[in-house]
Unconditional design. Sequence first.
Length: 99
Amino acid sequence: MDSILAAQSDANVIVLGDLNDYQFSTTLSTLKGGVLTNLVDTLPASQQYTYVHDGNSQVLDHTLVSSSITSYDYDIAHINSEFSGQTSDHDPQVARITP
């Protein structure tokens, strides 16, 4: 991030995927580095999960954006984690980002 932002301070940067860590972890805090926003944090607390393990809702998948990205619609489609016959044990994230 530092080298990208040094080259272009208003770069539109998106980091996303199954990072296999919780949004409050040291690793995610380091990755955010004060310059990325985790879009899962913009949702109501009751919707902040992408995975359910042993009945516990957890966030393991993340979409982080640089501060230059200010226009977006973001949600987590809860179509897998809550159901036994799911295609995956993770829910997909859906983001529409307007530069």
